[in-house]
Design a protein around this ligand. Structure first.
Ligand code: ADP
Length: 180
């Protein structure tokens, strides 16, 4: 399934993000940048051990305390078909605190980093909606808002929102309520 949306600038797709061919894929990493489960583990497996080594180098140099939620950092893609990985850390969902701005920052800052590097093809997974427990409907609304606000700043960029299942992609489209 592939739904082109807002012209061809925003694509909602179902698939494995590790197979995405483009300038960069976004990794829903954790603060330690040492790999993990879910999409993070899949990206590290597909990229090969060089990716973990690059992340360890970041920890030794610019990010000794790890990557805070809502921040982004770039590495090469190594054995991935995508040239680069933009690592970001989504918020862990909590009912006691509104963490929507951190989730919005993940998307916004990844778009800005891609724009700075003049990337033209970028793919996101559904950050925080797996192990980190963010409700997919709430996340969809946040993602749609960021895309509506930020994508016009980067006219050369095409963004794919890559969902692991058709149900996830359909759920996104239902909740995002972006103008087609
Ligand atoms: P988080 O810890 O940020 O919640 P997860 O990796 O647990 O991240 O899940 C984020 C989303 O990524 C989930 O919707 C999950 O189904 C999806 N996902 C897992 N593996 C892949 C993959 N290979 N490609 C695309 N999406 C994936």
């Amino acid at each position: 399934m592939k739904i082109h949306w807002q012209g061809d600038r925003l694509v909602v797709a179902e698939g494995d993000i590790t197979r995405f061919e483009g300038d960069a894929i976004v990794n829903a990493a954790n603060k330690s940048l040492q790999g993990g489960g879910g999409v993070d583990g899949a990206i590290h497996r597909a990229a090969g051990p060089e990716l973990l080594e690059a992340c360890r180098e970041l920890r030794r140099t610019t990010l000794p305390d790890g990557l805070p939620a809502g921040e982004v950092v770039l590495t090469p893609g190594f054995r991935l078909p995508a040239s680069h990985v933009i690592h970001t850390v989504g918020p862990v969902f909590a009912t006691s605190e509104d963490r929507s701005s951190q989730l919005a920052d993940c998307y916004r800052k990844a778009l800005q980093l891609a724009g700075q590097h003049r990337f033209t093809r970028l793919a996101f997974p559904a950050i925080s909606t797996g192990i980190y427990g963010y409700p997919a409907d709430a996340a969809a609304k946040i993602v749609a808002t960021v895309m509506r606000e930020t994508l016009p700043e980067f006219p050369e960029l095409t963004v794919t929102l890559m969902f692991f299942s058709k149900a996830d992609a359909d759920g996104f489209l239902k909740n995002a309520s972006l103008p087609v």
